[in-house]
Design a protein around this ligand. Sequence first.
Ligand code: FAD
Length: 557
Amino acid sequence: MRGFSICSPSSYRLNPITSMASGSGSLIWFRKGLRVHDNPALEYASKTSQFLYPVFVIDPHYMEPDPSTFSPGSSLAGVNRIRFLLESLKDLDSSLKKLGSRLLILKGEPSEVLVRCLQEWKVKRLCFEYDTNPYYQALDVKVKDYASSSGIEVFSPVSHTLFNSSDIIEKNGGKPPLSYQSFLKIAGVPSSAKSELVMSYSSLPPIGDVGNLGISEVPTLEELGYRDDEQAEWTPFRGGESEALNRLTKSLSDKAWVANFEKPKGDPSAFLKPATTVLSPYLKFGCLSSRYFYQCLQNIYKDVKKHTSPPVSLLGQLMWREFFYTTAFGTPNFDKMKGNRICKQIPWNEDHAMLAAWRDGKTGYPWIDAIMVQLRKWGWMHHLARHCVACFLTRGDLFIHWEQGRDVFERLLIDSDWAINNGNWMWLSCSSFFYQYNRIYSPISFGKKYDPDGKYIRHFLPVLKDMPKQYIYEPWTAPLSVQTKANCIVGKDYPKPMVLHDSASKECKRKMGETYALNKKMTGKVGDEDLRDLRRKFQKDDEHEESKIRNQRPRIN
Ligand code: FAD
């Protein structure tokens, strides 16, 4: 099994540390877990320590501008998420300062910086939240190796999630449960459900002598090298623990809303007041403890007569998060099609122009384009909106690889989460977990059901703001006189639809049917050559269909 925690949540207790020399320094390494409340690593680090060094390492790879990418940001993250992270760090720093401490910001390759800190400060104890993400798993090995060879105690509790993925995999005979229901059955109730969580401190140990390791304050975006005008519209969601707790309190203040919460019901086009909590970016960075969220929900459920249950309830949403964390942790190559035993092998198309049109909100389908613009500007969209664009890119219309859509989400989402993002992309592309490839979201009628006037489209695609409502989802059907009056000529001011949904989706279904048959025949052992052959066959079929479709293109006035 991959990874282990030095202290699993079931065994995790904050015992007095009699064997440790008191007065020694502890280092708390913040990565995620950017909070004071319910932070076992912080709690342990601050106990019986004379000095506490709260460290965050800025990895230039993640934080510094990379002008070669398709959107403002670093090579790995869009600028909205970097800003969200900086706000979260600022907030954490300010909370620590109120407790007599502060955040020590260092820069460089994180494991090298950490080792330097441990050496320079003669730290006796290193504490950090356990992380199942492969990036952190690799990083942790390096740091733990150094620590154990130097006699430094390491404390790395599981507190980003409700459950320890390893425990669940072990209970399931060494493999992660692959259905939500079996996951729930095995997982049961988290051990933290009833434990008292430490929510605040009266003070923290002071910082010891930091020598000259190049410590700075939390930088601003400008100090990192971003320009003020980098982005025309910023995400309305501010980062940080304070904001997370405010948002949680507001979301949960309406107990009836919490009790009746039912997903996938809810309006994906609601943007002024989103239909869900928008707590995902706070959970992603650990500004909010999922265990605290869980306990708050349980308290509400106790107070009301009736409430919804998993998978549709709000608590059920948290359990989806746990489900994907566990499957991701227990599945080698979870983020790839190849070599991933739970992922169907599908001969997706390679088409950079189509991918770019989808990514840039230029498909010609206003519902799809508005969602992609919301992604770029806000870094967050409703779950069903994510469904629509992911389905459109993959098995619904364009037949493009889910890994390429995943990359775009990974970069632009402020809640971008390795396990959840990959899991949901496999789900939506019918590569794993969900297999009803005949159920396709219409890029026209689905959004119309919720928002017949097209308010959402008008907000995110202002070029269509004056398009009459009967054409807002299909502007190419508007007479030229209407387009002229609306100051939006399709093909000039706004793109023509890049595919005909009816025929494209029919084609996709056919391809999925043939692909599923191949996967069945080969009992999951589809090789590169098999995929190449099927792709060649699809190309031939496409060429044949192309000639037919050419004669039935939508009427563009
Ligand atoms: P709420 O409905 O209020 O739910 C509360 C919390 O439950 C969320 O904050 C989230 O942590 C968790 N949750 C909700 N739905 C899911 C789900 N389907 N899977 C796992 N956890 C869930 N979510 C991410 O956090 N990061 C991602 O990178 C991400 N990528 C996605 C990619 C695709 C293609 C799709 C279809 C969904 C993706 N999701 C992702 C899941 C989901 O859309 C978001 O978690 C949700 O929309 C966040 O909004 P919320 O906080 O208001 O959710």
